[in-house]
Structures are given as C-alpha cells and as structure tokens.
Ligand binder design. Structure first.
Ligand code: OGA
Ligand code: MN
Length: 225
C-alpha cells in the first residue's frame, strides 16, 4: 500500500529552490533558505528522531570519543543517529537529497557520488564549535554539507544559531547567524565554509548530511565507501 508514496515521491525541492541553492553555492559557497523542507515532512522527521532518541539510538559519534581520552576541550556537545532509510520520512528526505545531488552534479560538475546523513540532538547547553566539515588536501570525501532544522519553533533567545564565516582565513565576526527554525535548509561547501553551532538554550534537533565524492584509489571504487 505505501508503494505509491515510495515509488513516486513528491519532489522535496522545487526547481526554484534548487536553483537558489546552486546559485548560493557557486557565488559565496553557501545558501540558507527558510521553509525549504515540506511543512508536513518536518514534523514527520522530528517524530522519527524522537522515536530513535527514546530508543537510545543516539550516541556521541566520532567527534566526541577521542576527546574523552585525550582530555582535549570538547568541540561538540550533541548526540547523533544515522539515517538508515528505515521509515517513510527518512526515505522521502533521502529521495529529495538524491534529486538535489543530480542537480548539483549537472549544474556545478561536482561529481557527487553519495549522500549520508544523521539526526543531531543538542541538549540544553549543547554546541558545536567552529569547524570545517572536510579538510582541503585530505582524502577528498565530503564536498557539500546539508543541514535541515526539525525544531517545533525557535524564538529569539533560544540560542543555537548556526554561525557562518566566508572562508577558512576569515577570523572576524561571522557573516551570518541562522536560527534553526523548522524547515530551514542550509547547504555549504564542506572544505571552505567554517561554521559553528552556538550554545542552545533549549533542546535542538537538526539533520546534517553530506554529499560525498568517492575517494577510491587508482580508479578503483573504494569498497568501504
Ligand atoms: C555538523 C554541523 C550544524 C547544525 O553536524 O557538522 O555543523 O546546525 N551541524 O546542526
Ligand atoms: Mn558542520
């Protein structure tokens, strides 16, 4: 019965929205659009994240683990759970990301190979200090980052804004502060745009994903990718 929805999804992003994302990435390395995600999909994804949270499916992920051992200051205080496409809301988001991947490849020749995404739960006081999602010169993998917000509402004073800088050498004030309002979508070039999640004054839910190129060696596809 759900086969109709599964095989013929409504597009997640209209052509206009995709064009705005492409333009932002090409011209300044990032774009943020309010109410970009279907208003029916946002609560469905939120419910999915809450179900996973209630099942203890979230953990600190890789960023947090090494720090506990080294005693280094924490860069992130949040927990994550990877999307596996196990429910309809996740599949719809992943289908939309797939359509966007094809558009980005067609318009910007990025050669994006796949998309991976996790839910992120920031507790009250949670944060993610300034970072890049990928390092230029390292094994090239994450190329375009994707962040969508699943909060029910977000008010001035709730904190948790996403701060954006223009590039790795920009040590000034951030050029933008994006509130994590329901349905807002941000995309950015993973190697180029430093960003930070300011401390959240209340629980904060986001979905972060990455379009990756295959870092395979010598033309052989990386079997682990
Ligand atoms: C990330 C990230 C931003 C956010 O997970 O790498 O930068 O607003 N997330 O949740
Ligand atoms: Mn990031």
């Amino acid at each position: 019965m759900p086969a109709v929805a599964d095989t013929c999804p409504r597009p997640l992003f209209g052509a206009n929205l995709e064009a705005a994302l492409v333009e932002g990435l090409a011209e300044r390395g990032w774009a943020a659009i309010e109410q970009a995600i279907d208003p029916e999909l946002v609560p469905a994804l939120r419910a999915r994240a809450q179900t996973l949270y209630a099942r203890n499916a979230f953990d600190e992920g890789r960023v947090g683990r090494g720090e506990a051992l080294t005693g280094a200051p924490r860069i992130r205080r949040a927990e994550i759970a990877w999307l596996e496409g196990e429910d309809a809301a996740e599949r719809r988001l992943l289908d939309g990301a797939e359509a966007l991947r094809q558009t980005l490849n067609r318009e910007l020749f990025l050669g994006l190979f796949e998309f991976e995404a996790h839910f992120a739960h920031y507790p009250e006081g949670g944060f993610y200090r300034r970072h890049l999602d990928a390092f230029a010169g390292g094994v090239k993998s994450r190329v375009v980052s994707f962040v969508a917000y699943l909060n029910e509402a977000w008010a001035e004073g709730d904190g948790g804004e996403l701060a954006m800088w223009t590039g790795p050498d920009d040590t000034g004030e951030p050029t933008a502060l994006i509130a994590p309002k329901p349905g807002t979508l941000v995309v950015m070039l993973s190697e180029r745009i430093p960003h930070e999640v300011r401390p959240a004054a209340r629980e904060r839910l986001s979905l972060a994903g990455w379009f990756r190129v295959n870092p395979g060696v010598g033309g052989v596809l990386d079997p682990a990718a």
